[in-house]
Design a protein around this ligand. Structure first.
Ligand SMILES: *Cc1c(COP(=O)(O)O)cnc(C)c1O
Length: 367
């Protein structure tokens, strides 16, 4: 059996008629940039999230950067974020001129350790970017309390957590903004790069829209210098089609994750993912942990099973952050886990017999 880490072709074939028709309409209408397909997606996404505004942008990285810039964050400021994430979360902080301040991860949930946030807050702290990693909701209600007490903004990085929830509230709706990536492999994925920002704050979203469009709300009226960061019509049309399926796909991810966890029960050498109480974990990734990670990965590869690592180097340990002079021991959990985590294939279309095969392979490795 050969099992790829992700299989986007399968999903495309399941919705081919709808997607082909949608893309064809965009081309017939030549609505490539701006226009009704982008407006329609922004409206539909905001409605699904029950928020006032959604702004389509070019990708999930820009979504964070635009949000930071719109909040006026820059040189001399500090922004707190988490030690294990994709580099977009921290590089956008640096790009504004601010300094990323990393917090270690919680050993059970793998998201930001809320008990270690307060000690990192200084007079320079302007914002905090929790990441709802792998689909697991970070502890947003606790983070909100800390942020409110200290007068700092929350930007939720939801690139891996479309439709995840904490206490029945969707992640991305607590802070000033929720930022999303629609990179093809994400739970809601376009057929190219795409992203968005959601918010309930009208002034914030107006300024973000302006910044993302060369600093202009009306053509040629540039109030500031900005960016060219647009969601394009073709991507918006694909996303609108997929938005009708996302909740079903999410259910399938959750079921597949449950099957893994059930089947891997009793394998002492591995930790399966914990689903934090009162949350909906949407399983962008199914991440197990074992001290024999590298040899297990190799073994599974030989069995035809593709796996991945998210992420092999915790952010503070990357060469890119050498200049901050941080020590791996200051991020002890993230530094340990970077050598132990392994992401197994997980997508809505994954079949039960494939999961069974993967779990049997894992068991035979440890035998
Ligand atoms: C994918 C991802 C991003 C960036 O999204 P792009 O659309 O690739 O720019 C940001 N943060 C996290 C946690 C991600 O996984």
């Amino acid at each position: 059996m050969k099992i790829p880490f992700v299989d986007l072709r399968l999903q495309y074939h399941n919705i081919k008629q709808e997607v082909d028709a949608a893309m064809s309409s965009v081309m017939e209408d030549t609505a490539f940039i701006g226009g009704k397909y982008v407006k329609e997606f922004e409206r539909a996404f905001a409605e699904k999230y029950d928020v006032n505004y959604c702004l389509g942008v070019a990708n999930g990285t820009d979504a964070i950067y635009i949000t930071l810039k719109t909040l006026g964050i820059g040189q001399g400021d500090e922004v707190i974020t988490v030690a294990n994430s994709w580099i977009s979360t921290s590089e956008t902080i640096s790009q504004t001129g601010a300094t990323p301040i990393f917090v270690d991860i919680n050993p059970e949930t793998y998201t930001i350790d809320v008990d270690k946030i307060s000690e990192k807050i200084t007079s320079k702290t302007k914002a905090i970017i929790p990441v709802h990693l792998y689909g697991q909701a970070a502890e947003v209600s606790k983070i909100k309390k800390i942020a409110d007490d200290n007068g700092i903004s929350i930007i939720e990085d939801c690139a891996q957590s479309h439709f995840s929830e904490e206490n029945k509230k969707r992640v991305g709706t607590t802070g000033i903004a929720g930022t999303f990536s629609f990179y093809p492999g994400k739970n809601l994925g376009a057929y190219g790069d795409a992203g968005c920002i959601i918010s309930n704050d009208s002034e914030f979203i107006t300024n973000a829209r302006m910044y993302a469009n060369h600093g202009a709300l009306k053509k040629h009226e540039h109030k500031i210098e900005g960016l060219n960061s647009r969601l394009d019509g073709l991507q918006a049309a694909v996303l609108s089609v997929k938005l009708n399926h996302i909740l079903n796909w999410t259910d399938s991810r959750i079921k597949n994750a449950a099957l893994y966890t059930e089947m891997l029960k009793g394998v002492e050498q591995i930790e399966t993912p914990l689903i934090r109480k009162n949350t909906k974990h949407t399983f962008h990734l199914y991440v197990i942990r074992t001290t024999e990670r590298d040899s297990l990965k190799q073994y599974l590869e030989e069995q035809g099973i593709q796996t991945a690592i998210h992420y092999p180097t915790a952010l503070p340990n990357l060469k890119a952050y050498e200049y901050l002079g941080l020590k791996p021991n200051d991020y002890a959990v993230a530094s340990k886990y970077q050598n132990e985590i392994l992401s197994l294939p997980l997508y809505p279309e994954l079949e039960k017999d494939q999961i069974v095969y993967i779990c049997q392979s894992i068991k035979s490795f440890f035998k």
